[in-house]
Structure formats: structure tokens, C-alpha cells
Ligand binder design. Structure first.
Ligand SMILES: Nc1nc2c(c(=O)[nH]1)N[C@H]1C(S)=C(S)[C@@H](COP(=O)(O)O)O[C@H]1N2
Ligand SMILES: [Mo]
Length: 318
């Protein structure tokens, strides 16, 4: 095994070594079988170890965990990138209820145990691209949204899937103070077409880096749609509604000419105030290195999702 000096032993190194170890054990056995891994320790930040099916290594370089949990957008806890980690520290995420209703055959209310029991967890290493032109690579843990939809059975009128974040001004200072919360009309709402929601890339995430989500990342459950800009990835979800009409989503409502409903990552369609052709890679290199890379069409997931937009003018439907 490669020896690391003490100052090189970051959580990333440990995570990657463990991954390699586990993958190594799996070699020779059927590759279709992904080993279950369970990380025993519990960290001081109260994130709990999860049991999940690990994704085989891919070519993406993971963003350091401290950046993923320390550089956040979660306006309910302030608009600075460091504010959510600070102000969401004591955010209460257990007990939690997730309600799914509207145009479905089986309306359900699930708590965290129900979610754990019904949906086996898997790891997905995805590129993540914010509309503000920065990016990360994050090892999410969760389950496909289509599994949840299979449980509730959308009716033929269930054409859009709408997500709502918790509304709790006592816990969320950004919901109490208009300026602290960036002028958003809470609760935060996002939406997908039913076809986008059914796509196998679309994830309900409950963890990252082997552990439950930190509050600042949207604990206990949030959406991950890797081919769309970050703001579609709504956090701390309490309600999902299926409906016939397209919803008025938070950022689109705030500034419709800047943020569309689709918000697909597209290097050819600029934001009115900046280019979307490239992105700043968060956490890569040392303090002084600012690495940029070209942005990929649909954030690199065109093969899996371009067909969803075959009949749309992507300049108009941004
Ligand atoms: N409820 C809620 N969800 C949200 C946001 C928010 O302010 N409130 N910010 C969005 C934006 S703009 C981004 S880039 C991602 C950031 O996710 P991360 O902090 O886990 O990287 O969350 C999205 N989900
Ligand atoms: Mo974002």
C-alpha cells in the first residue's frame, strides 16, 4: 500500500484508500456485484455512517470533503458561502416527515426509518455545476427518485414533480429576515417534468462521503439532478407534489430572465450577466491556484438526458 506522510492523510485519502481496498476485495468476483460497505465511526459533526452500495471508481477527481460541507448555497441559512455551515449547525433533521401527494394513486407520508427501509442506498459520483460558474465532484449517497415515484404511482395528470423545502423561520434565520435570506419568498420550491424525475440519474440524496448529509448540504433529504444548475437541487425536502401545471419555481419567480425552469447546464447559453462556457473548479490545487475548465453540455450527461429536450429550443427554454 502507498505510504502517506501524516499531513497527507486527509479524509479524502482515507475515503479513497478504503474504496480501493473494498474494490480490491471485490476483484475476481462478479463485477456486477457491488460490495456493501459500512463505515463504523461517527464524526464529531454528528453525521452518521451509512451502509450503501459503493460506485466503482470513475475518472472524476473528488472535491475535498471540507469544501463540499463548507462552501454552500442554502439561503435559508444566509447568503454567504460559509453561512450555512455556521447557522445550520443545530438544524433539527430528526424526526422528519416527507409527504408525497397530489396526482398520485397512493399518497404517503414517510419518516426517516421508512425511507431507510424502503430504499437501499447507493453511491453516485456526480459533477455538480452551480449557475454561478463554479463546480465540484461529489460522492452522493441516495436512491433514484423513480423508486419513490413507483411507490406513489403518478396518475396521467402527474406531469410535473414539485419539491418544497421546510418552512421553519424559528430554525432558519433566512426565512425570518428578508435580507439575510436573500429576498427569497420562502419556502424554496423547485420542480421537474415527470420525464426528468423518472430519469435514472435523478437522485434523492441522504448522504455524501459515506455519511449522512450535513445540515448545510440539505439534511436529511435533498434532490440531486446532475445535468442541471445547482439551484434545481433543492434541499431539506418536506413535501413532493405531483401536478398537471408547471410550477412557479423559486429562482425563476425571483428573476425569470436569468433563471429558467429547465436550468440545464449549457455552455452555449450564457447567463445575462456572465458566461457559462467555463467553470471554476472548487478545491483543486493550492490556495493560489484557480483552476478553470470548460463546461460540458448537460454537465457531461448528454448521452443520458439530451433526448428529453430533442424538441425544445434550448435558447428559449433555458
Ligand atoms: N432549500 C434550498 N435549496 C437549495 C438552495 C437554497 O438556497 N435553498 N441553494 C441551491 C443552490 S444555488 C446550489 S448551488 C445548491 C448547493 O448545494 P451544496 O451546498 O450541497 O453544494 O443547493 C441548491 N438548493
Ligand atoms: Mo447554485
Amino acid at each position: 500500500m502507498v505510504k502517506l506522510s501524516e499531513n497527507q492523510v486527509t479524509p479524502e485519502h482515507i475515503f479513497k484508500q478504503r474504496r480501493q481496498l473494498i474494490m480490491g476485495l471485490g476483484a475476481g468476483s462478479a463485477m456486477a456485484f457491488m460490495p456493501k460497505i459500512s463505515l463504523a465511526e461517527q464524526t464529531e459533526d454528528n453525521r452518521k455512517a451509512l451502509t450503501f452500495n459503493a460506485q466503482a471508481d470513475n475518472q472524476l477527481v473528488l472535491t475535498p470533503e471540507d469544501k463540499v460541507i463548507g462552501y454552500n448555497n442554502f439561503y435559508e441559512f444566509g447568503t454567504d458561502k460559509g453561512a450555512p455551515a455556521q447557522y445550520a449547525k443545530n438544524f433539527k433533521t430528526d424526526p422528519w416527515k416527507l409527504e408525497i401527494g397530489g396526482e398520485v394513486e397512493n399518497q404517503v407520508v414517510l419518516d426517516l426509518d421508512d425511507l431507510r427501509n424502503k430504499f437501499p442506498l447507493e453511491e453516485r459520483i456526480y459533477r455538480f455545476r452551480c449557475v454561478e460558474a463554479w463546480s465540484m465532484v461529489i460522492p452522493w449517497i441516495g436512491f433514484e427518485l423513480n423508486k419513490l415515484l413507483a411507490l406513489v404511482k403518478p396518475t396521467s395528470k402527474g406531469k410535473y414533480v414539485v419539491f418544497h423545502t421546510l418552512h421553519d423561520p424559528e430554525q432558519m434565520p433566512g426565512q425570518k429576515n428578508y435580507f439575510f435570506g436573500g429576498g427569497i419568498d420562502y419556502p424554496y420550491v423547485e420542480g421537474l417534468t415527470i420525464d426528468e424525475a423518472m430519469n435514472s440519474l435523478t437522485l434523492m440524496s441522504v448522504g455524501l462521503y459515506g455519511k449522512t448529509l450535513a445540515p448545510q448540504n440539505g439534511a436529511p433529504i435533498r434532490l440531486v439532478v446532475p445535468w442541471k444548475y445547482g439551484f434545481k437541487n433543492i434541499k431539506s425536502i418536506v413535501k413532493i407534489t405531483l401536478q398537471e401545471e408547471r410550477p412557479l419555481t423559486t429562482w425563476h419567480k425571483l428573476a425569470p430572465h436569468e433563471y429558467g425552469f429547465y436550468a440545464n447546464v449549457n455552455p452555449e447559453v450564457d447567463h445575462p450577466r456572465w458566461s457559462q462556457a467555463s467553470e471554476r473548479v472548487i478545491g483543486a490545487g493550492g490556495l493560489l491556484s484557480i483552476k478553470r475548465q470548460p463546461t460540458l453540455m448537460f454537465n457531461g450527461y448528454a448521452e443520458q438526458v439530451a433526448h428529453l429536450y430533442a424538441n425544445l429550443d434550448l435558447r428559449k427554454n433555458y
